[in-house]
Design a protein around this ligand. Structure first.
Ligand code: 16G
Ligand code: ZN
Length: 530
């Protein structure tokens, strides 16, 4: 790698007058501001790979549920996790370096700081969602990787969780904890094989999936080819990835969760199952309309978490495996009823700040850690020792043998690297089929407290500082006391204010015993921010 090569390549991607920050999910903003950022993220990925002794690092170009004009970029660490947070600051610094020379200087500064050897060949794989801006950003990335001699591999349009899967597979290939075949075919085959086993002699009718006109559409169509058609019919809708302006528009998990209503394109049949993915297919929510009043009912991340935790808990119980800890990790947005329901089942719950990396980390504390954000992002993690026990347990009865077989397949069905809408879809379908539950029966586990999410424009969101997993404000001084005083006036009420990690706004959440109370509380708390 020569100084000339880096500087010459960097020249093609001048930094706009803008300050960048590696946020909750990487860099995310209007796509036209991103070429220099993506180029520099490519340099960071190379360093990260060399720092990790040449293990493969992933770079995903996506802005998830954001509008079509946005894009974003984030790094994936060797085991398929999000980039270690201490490195986010290096990404931020590199993205903000004023000119090409400063980029090179900071790059060599990091090399020295970490004593990164030049003898190691860095390896990076990358992919993108289906946005119009993605190919040009992929080119910026490629130019950076080439300039510093990275051995790279392009995977084209992939879902975010697919890239996480591929990174982990590549880094574990040939070891005793190999995760799977490091190809997209390997991904589809791993999930579908487990699904087809779990659905043997079972049929679950049909589910209609709104793909937000994003990369989840083609991926789901491909996945479906591998599924036993007698077990499930997946009706794929909103899968137009050619009309760029349709991405996440009037569709997708974020639309359904935020508006708490059907996508306009969906005419729902009573008690039929519907699901919506987001633009990069790492989030999923379910919903249905009831038979009596055709009212819309959302089955969000909290409902998926409780479904998964209780199903896995039952399987463990029936398998004869003992001393097996199952915990559920949530954020402040988790509906109060869901937390109460989980605790009533005798399972521990933990609350972490928003953002997958926090939940993921907390979930590692259990043999089986189920984590979901209410917005539908989540997965289930099995610890290495839990996997070992599941795969070596000697059943003492046919019932135990069946439970063990199911558990083994569940661990294969779930994408344990990160929340994966396709894997979660199959997991929910399996559980509903095993329980013979229609969506209303699933929904009846507990009744959500009515809630409202608002956002407020403020002069400086950084003036808002939180504690207690974002459930309380420490700054601005005195504001939390005012919120508490309002909350005290309503039944079963809860409210919190937190600065967004992805937008320049402050979010206000309120829940209470009735719809009127929840709405009123949200408005009054929001009014405190003016
Ligand atoms: C990011 C997070 C998501 C979180 C959201 C909150 C990841 C991969 N994504 O999209 O989990 O729910 O931010 O956004 O961590 P906010 O801070 O703007 O409310
Ligand atoms: Zn997403």
């Amino acid at each position: 790698m020569s100084q000339e090569a880096v500087i010459a390549a960097s020249k093609a991607y001048p930094k706009p007058a803008q300050t960048f920050q590696y946020g909750t999910a990487g860099f995310r903003m209007k796509a036209d501001l991103l070429p220099s950022v993506v180029f520099r993220v490519g340099l960071l990925a190379a360093l990260r790979s060399r720092y990790k002794n040449g293990q493969v690092i992933g770079v995903m170009i996506t802005a998830s549920h954001n509008p079509p004009a946005d894009n974003g970029v984030k790094l994936i660490d060797p085991m398929g996790e999000m980039l270690e947070s201490s490195w986010e600051a290096y990404g931020t610094a590199l993205a903000n370096a004023e000119d090409d020379q400063a980029v090179y200087d900071y790059y060599t500064h990091l090399e020295q700081k970490f004593n990164i050897k030049s003898s190691v060949t860095p390896q990076v794989i990358y992919g993108s969602d289906t946005r119009e801006s993605s190919p040009a950003l992929v080119q910026a990335l490629k130019d950076a990787l080439d300039a510093v001699g990275v051995k790279s591999q392009a995977f084209g349009a992939v879902t975010t969780p697919q890239l996480h899967y591929l990174v982990r597979c590549l880094n574990t290939e040939g070891t005793d904890h190999a995760y799977g075949k490091p190809t997209l075919e390997g991904y589809y085959s791993k999930l579908s094989t487990a699904f087809n086993h779990l659905m043997t002699n079972r049929s679950n009718g049909s589910v209609t999936v709104d793909c937000a006109n994003g990369v989840g559409g083609p991926a789901l169509r491909e996945l479906q080819k591998h599924l036993n058609p007698d077990s499930i019919t997946i009706i794929v809708t909103n899968d137009d990835t050619e009309t760029f302006s349709k991405l996440n528009s009037q569709s997708g998990a974020d639309y359904v969760k935020t508006n708490q209503r059907l996508p306009p394109s969906v005419t729902a049949q009573p008690l039929a199952r519907y699901a919506s993915l987001d633009g990069d297919a790492d989030r999923i929510v379910y919903y249905y309309v009831d038979a009596k009043t055709s009212t819309f009912h959302l089955l969000d991340g909290d409902k998926i978490a409780t479904l998964a935790a209780s199903f896995i808990g039952d399987l463990v119980h029936h398998s004869g495996i003992t001393d097996f800890s199952i915990g559920v990790v949530q954020t402040a947005y988790a509906n109060g009823s869901s937390t109460a329901y989980i605790e009533k089942q005798g399972l521990p719950t933990v609350c972490t700040p928003t953002g997958v990396k926090h939940l993921h980390h907390a979930a590692l504390a259990y043999d089986c850690g189920v984590y979901f954000e209410a917005n539908g992002h989540g997965t289930v993690l099995f610890s290495p020792s839990a996997l070992q026990r599941i795969f070596t347990h000697e059943p003492e009865s046919p019932a135990q043998a069946t439970a063990i077989t199911h558990l083994k397949n569940i661990t294969e069905l779930i994408n344990q690297t990160v929340g994966d809408a396709l894997s979660d879809l199959l997991l929910v379908e399996v559980i509903l089929a095993h329980k013979a539950w229609t969506p209303d029966l699933w929904d009846a586990c507990y009744t959500d407290l009515p809630n409202r999410l608002e956002k407020a424009e403020v002069v400086d969101r950084n003036a808002f500082k939180t504690t207690d997993a974002e459930r309380k404000l420490t700054h601005p001084a005195g504001l939390q006391d005012q919120i508490d005083a309002l909350v005290g006036k309503y039944d079963q009420a809860r409210s919190f204010v937190r600065p967004s990690g992805t937008e320049n706004v402050v979010r206000v959440y309120a829940e209470a015993a009735t719809r009127t109370q929840a709405d009123e509380l949200a408005q009054k708390v929001k009014a405190l921010l003016r």
